[in-house]
Design a protein around this ligand. Structure first.
Ligand SMILES: [Zn+2]
Ligand SMILES: [Zn+2]
Length: 310
């Protein structure tokens, strides 16, 4: 049963928060204080992503780095920009496609930030090209207004064949009422703790997102009948859910007083994609990135072909 990337790939796991505000914009701690908090809480890296302020990445110590970043926004959207070499032209800010393109030409990765909080509809997001993904969980939007989860947005876009990755982030501003620090993080599998290595892994989807549980492994099994099966392994959880296009996924729930650390689901053409969520007894979740069914079974037949492809 071969493991799927990032579980089958070489490298080490590094924990990071990719959405952090400081006194450079509307955060209440300085960049140095923000770095100190995450270093003291077991993280390996963060990105400083102040509003329309570019912060280059740098090495803080042998075991902690920051990634280049900024949060960009214009009419109807916020964008988390990581790994870029300079800020896009703010005169283009109300043109989301132009801003995404500028992030990409500056070597960066662009993710839609907190789309539920922003009020973005999946149909508005679908035409935008060049996106790396979106925040499936944003801690401050969840803590303040219950608008932090974006799984419906993600699944709508994945079902249209858009290959988007999912981040969990804190979007911390260090205000007491937010209680956002240390909530949403990514676990990145990378060769070394260096900005270039981490960005390469992020771009390839060599990571999972979480608010607590560990995703231990994803494996593909081929039955004797030719049926492909996806196996998910995690730290002890209450539920393991396979999300797919439409109602073609499945949820597994542990019997009362017991735990689940493994579940599996046959892969079918009509699912278009499969992604896994593992939820623990505190309601915390680990999110895999999506597996596209056509990558496992081959190109879909015409009747199930996604409406668009990226
Ligand atoms: Zn924002
Ligand atoms: Zn933010």
């Amino acid at each position: 049963m071969p493991s799927i990337a990032p579980f089958g790939t070489a490298g080490s796991w590094f924990k990071g928060n990719l959405h952090t505000h400081t006194t450079q914009s509307d955060g209440e701690l300085s960049p140095e204080e923000a770095v100190a908090w995450y270093r003291a809480h077991g993280y390996d890296f963060i990105a400083l992503t102040d509003h329309w302020v570019y912060t280059p990445g740098r090495r803080i110590s042998s075991d902690f780095i920051t990634l280049s970043g900024a949060e960009l926004h214009g009419e109807g959207y916020h964008l988390l920009a990581l790994g870029l070499i300079s800020l896009p032209d703010r005169a283009l800010a109300d043109d989301v496609q132009a801003t995404v393109r500028e992030v990409c030409t500056r070597g960066g990765l662009a993710f839609f930030a907190h789309p539920y909080w922003t009020g973005q509809r999946p149909s508005e997001m679908a035409p935008i090209r060049g996106l790396a993904g979106l925040e499936v969980y944003n801690a401050v939007c969840e803590e303040m207004q219950g608008l932090g989860y974006a799984r419906v947005h993600w699944d709508e876009l994945l079902g249209r064949g858009r290959r988007l990755l999912g981040l969990a982030v804190d979007d911390v501003h260090w205000r007491a009422e937010h209680n956002a620090q240390g909530k949403g993080f990514v676990m990145v599998k990378a060769e070394r703790l260096e900005e270039g290595c981490l960005l390469e892994s992020l771009a390839k989807g060599q990571f999972y997102a979480s608010t607590g549980p560990r995703l231990e492994d994803l494996r593909l099994e081929w039955g004797e009948d030719g049926q492909a099966v996806l196996h998910a392994f995690c730290s002890p959880c209450r539920q393991i859910t396979f999300y797919a296009h439409g109602p073609t996924g499945r949820r597994f729930t542990a019997p009362k007083g017991e735990w689940l650390d493994h579940a599996c689901l046959p892969i079918k053409e009509e699912q278009v994609f499969l992604r896994v969520e593992c939820q623990d007894d505190l309601g915390r979740i680990a999110w895999s990135n999506p597996l596209f069914v056509e990558d496992v079974l081959g190109a879909p037949k015409a009747r199930h072909r996604p409406q668009e492809s990226s």
